[in-house]
Ligand binder design. Structure first.
Ligand code: ARG
Length: 553
């Protein structure tokens, strides 16, 4: 059967080739990038696996497959290597086609999903009257990346910034404000945090104050106007601080994404009543709890004092996200210490039918940020490091856009579960697997293009690609879509980071081995165009990580 690959298909060469091989082999060929240039571009061990099952010589099977696999439009004649591996080498003209497609539109290789979902992502979620700390930094960066990737794939993403804007702490905060006669609106976020600390100390020292704080909580809950007004001011002050940090971090979150704990107040008694009425929750030692099989402690829906806490709020949030926001997929980006909490919430929500089987719920935890001493990063006083001070520390080493790239990339490029060491000096380096290295690769490609332009050298299409280093770059360009899809599916941003690093590295090998500006004619035009295509993919990929791609560095 004669086949001719459609234009867009060449932008997912591995899946295209896999499908063609599978048609003949009957199983997934598990195509891998070739380990050495002499083995072509991709390799499969499918003949060895089939031979094993059939008890026949692998090279014989390989020869049979090679005779039938219809890839002449894409590959050079297939080769059989060693014990029976099949090597595939993409034709140079196909690689040129790939690069031209990418040059025309770097997003072309990103498949819009067939069934777009509504994905609700819970991230950032700092607490009112407290500065964001490193945990919120990671959540914000990772969640921002998911939002960008899932949106480009065609999903509807609804970020939910589940800020801590309700709870007992507001009793002492409001009392302290009234005691001090403080003008809350004039505070900034660090000022509000200092107030928090004064209130906390006061609470520990004075019974009388503690009593007043408790009464104030009741007033807040019953909607007392003066109390609510002060509460709102605290929120406004905090939001101003959060938003300043978001702007500094160049993330997509806006006030429209705010869905703080207080949003669910009205639903909390409804949830408790519903769970109790259906026998899912029961009263135990005065508290309303749900026992979940396999979990050591029960989920507390309402405590013995009648208060609803964190767990009940998250159950109400699930009802809202599925009922009102019509989510098909729930993602929570929160530090690993809260994994148990979410397992419990998901389990109870499934039991109660708030979370139907058709909706997936994923907890994406992440490790800690460590200081140079290998211990949890904290201030000299032993308190959590604020997010802003981390940004400051990185900016002491580099310009803001580079410092930010350094932090974001460090955050996203190793497995999320792993702790990572905050080593500002290493992170801002333009050598090795860093964000600034990728920015630099982008700026360097740009510099060549600008120079060519200044010299009046035009480039249009990629015509001929003769050198292996050029082939490698073009091949990688064809894999951008695959890398993005992997992040959308597995929620592991390091898949995209690793891809971009490979691309940047291939680009620098290409410069070393293939003169660009000093070559001539069609070769020069092709090479310039290849630089331009690669520059576009680097910029697009960095954008999905939330990292700026400066033109100059
Ligand atoms: N405010 C919490 C914290 O700072 C994080 C909230 C995470 N999201 C949630 N739905 N519970 O630890």
């Amino acid at each position: 059967m004669r086949q001719r690959a459609k234009m867009a298909d060449v932008l997912s060469l591995p899946s295209l080739l896999s499908a063609r091989v599978a048609e003949v082999a009957g199983v997934d060929p598990e195509l891998r990038p070739a380990t050495r240039p002499q083995f072509g571009h991709f390799q499969t061990n499918v003949a060895l696996r089939l031979a094993n099952a059939a008890g026949r010589p692998p090279r014989e099977i390989a020869a049979e497959l090679v005779a039938k696999i219809a890839v002449a439009d894409l590959c050079e004649p297939l080769e059989i290597a060693g014990p029976g591996f099949i090597n595939l080498r993409i034709k140079a003209d196909v690689l040129a086609r790939v690069a031209n497609e990418v040059l025309a539109d770097p997003w072309a290789g990103i498949a819009r999903v067939e069934q777009p979902q509504t994905v609700v992502i819970d991230y950032s979620s700092p607490n009112v009257a407290k500065q964001m700390h490193v945990g919120h930094l990671r959540s914000t960066i990772i969640g921002d990346c998911f939002t960008r990737v899932l949106r480009i794939q065609g999903h509807t993403v609804v970020p939910q910034n589940h800020i801590g804007d309700w709870g007992r702490q507001f009793g002492m905060l409001v009392e302290q404000i009234l005691d001090e006669g403080l003008a809350v609106a004039a505070l900034d976020l660090p000022g509000a945090e200092a107030l928090y600390q004064r209130a906390n100390t006061h609470l520990k020292e004075s019974e009388e104050f503690a009593d007043r704080a408790r009464e104030r909580v009741v007033k807040l809950q019953s909607g007392d106007a003066e109390t609510l007004a002060i509460w709102q001011q605290l929120i406004d002050v905090s939001l101003a601080g959060f938003n300043a940090t978001y702007a500094r971090m160049n993330v997509l979150l806006t006030n429209a994404d705010l869905a703080g704990e207080s949003l669910y107040n009205a639903d909390l008694p409804v949830v408790a009543e519903d769970l109790e009425a259906r026998g899912i929750a029961k009263v135990d030692d005065g508290a309303l709890v749900v026992f979940v099989e396999g979990q050591a402690t029960p989920a507390i829906i309402r405590n013995a004092a009648g208060g609803f806490g964190y767990t009940c709020t998250d159950l109400a949030a699930i009802r809202y996200r599925i009922g009102k926001l019509a989510a098909n997929r729930l993602i929570y980006v929160v530090g690993s210490p809260q994994e148990y909490h979410f397992q419990q919430v998901f389990a109870v929500a499934r039991l109660a039918g708030y979370l139907p089987e058709s909706v997936t719920a994923e907890f994406v935890g992440f490790g800690q940020v460590l200081g140079a001493d290998g211990k949890k990063f904290s201030t000299r006083e032993g308190t959590a490091v604020t997010l802003n001070s981390l940004l400051d520390a990185a900016e002491e080493q580099a310009a803001p856009s580079i410092a930010l790239a350094a932090i974001k990339y460090a955050d996203l490029s190793s497995g999320l579960q792993k702790d990572y060491t905050f080593d500002a000096e290493r992170m801002v380096g333009t050598h090795g697997d860093t964000g600034p290295y990728l920015q630099y690769a982008h700026a360097r490609a740009n510099r060549i293009l600008v120079k060519a332009d200044a010299e009046g050298i035009a480039y249009g299409e990629i015509g001929t690609l003769t050198e292996p280093a050029e082939h490698q770059v073009a091949l990688l360009l064809s894999r951008f879509g695959e890398a993005v899809a992997a992040v959308g599916e597995t929620l592991q941003p390091h898949r995209l980071c690793g891809y971009l690093y490979e691309l940047a590295t291939a680009l620098s090998v290409f410069y070393e081995q293939c003169p660009v500006l000093t070559s001539e004619g069609e070769v020069r035009a092709s090479r310039l165009a290849l630089c331009a295509a690669t520059k576009k993919v680097l910029a697009s990929g960095l954008d999905l990580l939330g990292i700026e791609a400066p033109e100059r560095m």
